[in-house]
Design a protein around this ligand. Structure first.
Ligand code: ADP
Ligand code: GN1
Ligand code: MG
Length: 362
């Protein structure tokens, strides 16, 4: 707590700190809830985070992206709760670098909001979709070339596949033998991995400003109305594809179980959730996605699910060096849920295509 207090006092927060405790279920950063009280006994809430500098090698660039995107969005919203607000340090900076080189930042807590580790029903998921679709639409005229690529090749699946093969070859943890079936599953689909990049080259899938990490716990809903409020976790905002933003949300929210459910019989791909997300995402995007992109939404869903599966698998084989884990098999368990979802998507592929086709104009 003392170390935290030294960090917190660098920032211009209101009141005196009463609570500072670990918060949320993110796999990357360390997040804390800070509660303060001012002289008039008013309570203020903040989110304190240290940016994971193993994952984000250049945290300053992450902060520059967040600052420019939130400044841009601030001119477009009616309610300030719709965007993240950084609290500045007394030096006027958006972050504080401590003596160990760790980067810290503080956000205003989005008041009157809830964050869902899993959407409970199709309406919740629809609202998450509206939030991410709208986010994409609001950033359509943002100067994308001013953004830093905070993790190079983040959703470049062929590159992720090569990284996976390299991890397998090196087998640093010595655990590759515990995942033979999963390794075969990933290898068997190698021809699929370039589909989106090829569509981009063919002019059917443009680069846009995208969020790149669209899990439902990266969006806040209004606590009273349970409607879309604010997109958070802006560390990976970079040029990317609309369909990967769509797909990452599907792999997480259209799963009938948790991302790390050990009982695979509970893990199913829900077509109803898929349908709800398609509807919400396209509504949020404001009817702006051309048919060629709409038709690639199923590919986006399958791509993000298998990519995430191979990332968990590579991390398991490398010895859990990237994602936070709670027990030794955690990454393998996470990988298995993703592969089960891919299998199920493949079984209802024609239905997925038929659902998106209904939204095409041509
Ligand atoms: P990570 O990159 O580790 O996923 P996030 O930025 O997503 O970190 O934060 C982790 C969790 O903290 C979120 O899922 C959410 O519950 C909560 N959180 C983050 N920022 C805010 C905020 N400004 N207001 C309220 N809750 C927040
Ligand atoms: C990480 O930061 P968080 O927990 O929202 C990861 C995503 C993965 C996700 C899997 C920067 O997201 O890419 O899809 O875990 N973020 C980063 O749950 O690697
Ligand atoms: Mg997050």
């Amino acid at each position: 707590m003392n170390q935290m207090m030294d960090v917190i006092k660098k920032f211009k927060i209101k009141g005196e700190v009463k609570v500072c405790e670990p918060y949320g279920n993110g796999h990357i950063n360390s997040t804390f809830l800070v509660i303060t009280a001012d002289d008039e006994a008013r309570v203020h809430k903040y989110i304190l985070q240290s940016v994971n500098n193993n994952v984000f090698k250049e945290p300053k660039k992450v902060m520059e992206n967040i600052e420019s995107v939130t400044d841009f969005l601030r001119t477009k919203v009616d309610d300030l709760r719709e965007i993240l607000t950084l609290v500045r340090t007394y030096d006027g900076s958006t972050y504080y670098e401590d003596e160990n080189g760790a980067f810290w930042r503080i956000y205003d807590f989005v008041v009157g909001s809830i964050c869902l580790d899993r959407p409970e029903d199709t309406e919740d998921f629809y609202q998450c979709a509206v939030a991410f679709g709208k986010f994409q639409k609001m950033l359509a005229d943002f100067p994308a070339d001013t953004l830093h690529e905070t993790i190079v090749d983040f959703h470049n699946t062929p590159k992720r596949y090569n990284d996976f093969l390299k991890a397998l070859e090196e087998n640093k943890s010595g655990r590759a033998n515990d995942a033979l079936e999963e390794i075969e599953f990933v290898k068997a689909r190698k021809d699929f991995y370039s589909v989106l990049i090829d569509s981009n080259k063919a002019g059917e899938l443009p680069l846009r400003v995208s969020h790149n990490d669209t899990k439902s716990n990266n969006v806040m809903l209004d606590a009273k109305t349970r409607t879309a409020l604010c997109v958070i976790d802006l560390d990976t905002i970079m040029p990317g594809f609309s369909v990967t933003d769509f797909g990452d949300a599907i792999r997480f929210g259209a799963n009938t179980a948790a991302e790390d459910e050990q009982d695979l019989s509970k893990v199913n791909f829900s077509l109803d959730m898929f349908k709800a997300y398609v509807k919400g995402f396209l509504k949020g995007c404001g009817g702006e996605l051309p048919d060629s992109e709409i038709m690639l939404l199923p590919e986006g869903a399958k791509m993000m699910t298998i990519e995430c599966g191979m990332r968990f698998l590579a991390d398991f084989i490398e010895g859990d060096v990237y994602f936070k884990t709670k027990y030794p098999e955690h990454n393998l368990v996470r990988c298995r849920t993703q592969l089960k979802l891919v299998e199920e998507m493949e079984k209802c592929w024609d239905e997925m295509k038929a659902i998106v086709k209904k939204y095409c104009k041509g």
